[in-house]
Design a binder for this molecule. Structure first.
Ligand SMILES: CC(C)(COP(=O)(O)OP(=O)(O)OC[C@H]1O[C@@H](n2cnc3c(N)ncnc32)[C@H](O)[C@@H]1OP(=O)(O)O)[C@@H](O)C(=O)NCCC(=O)NCCS
Length: 184
């Protein structure tokens, strides 16, 4: 099931955020009706997400790029971001990875899988990660399939943990060890 909106020749790269990305990022982040909000933690109350995203957009405007957060660039256009955070304890070697492609026109065309592969590689290259995880919910099949394609495996599932549009979904976590990635 691959999308048709993105030419397969468009290179997907991760790069530092530039000032020219801010209008695009701010628009997508602060739009309360953006489709991505139905997929990225949709169990969080909408008002909370709106507030968090406004604060995050303001943070991006005031702060330069960060090694733990990169822009996903397709053919020169900023289409989303990846990020990572170290799970406690600091230095323990467990990093959780996040990915968000704002524009649904780019979904299902392989961009997420490519960007996540680059992000996994970057994380193993530039951090002490022993293991990386992706945390999502059972209704986000695109996220789960993209992660699985790269070799991540389900390592935790809390059944019926979240309510999304009146229905209960599992919390799902997938993991990948450094040695598994290097053996690919
Ligand atoms: C999740 C996300 C990063 C995945 O990126 P993507 O570019 O859409 O994913 P890809 O096209 O690389 O891979 C998607 C996989 O799901 C499948 N897929 C595509 N559309 C699908 C659909 N509507 N339903 C189920 N599976 C679908 C694809 O076939 C592919 O699986 P395969 O490699 O086994 O064939 C992206 O969709 C996104 O940013 N969504 C909104 C925000 C979000 O959900 N972020 C993650 C929060 S944890």
């Amino acid at each position: 099931m691959r999308g048709v909106n993105v030419p397969s020749t468009s290179p997907v790269v991760l790069r530092d955020r530039q000032p020219r990305d801010l209008p695009v990022l701010t628009r997508w982040l602060t739009d309360p009706r953006a489709e991505w909000r139905r997929w990225d933690a949709p169990y969080t109350p909408a008002a909370t997400t709106t507030e968090t995203m406004r604060a995050y957009a303001a943070y991006l405007t005031q702060n330069g790029p960060d090694a733990d957060e990169r822009v996903i660039d397709v053919g020169g256009e900023c289409v989303g971001m990846v990020n990572r955070s170290e799970e406690e304890p600091a230095g323990g070697g467990w990093w959780d990875l996040g990915i968000l492609i704002y524009n649904p026109a780019y979904w299902g065309a392989g961009v997420g899988t490519q960007a996540l592969a680059l992000w996994v590689a970057d994380t193993f290259e530039w951090t002490n990660a022993h293991v990386v995880t992706v945390s999502t919910w059972g209704g986000n099949e695109r996220m789960i399939r993209a992660a699985r394609r790269l070799g991540l495996r389900e390592c935790a599932r809390v059944r019926e943990a979240y309510v999304v549009e009146g229905q209960r979904f599992d919390s799902v976590r997938l993991d990948l060890l450094r040695r598994e990635w290097e053996a690919r």
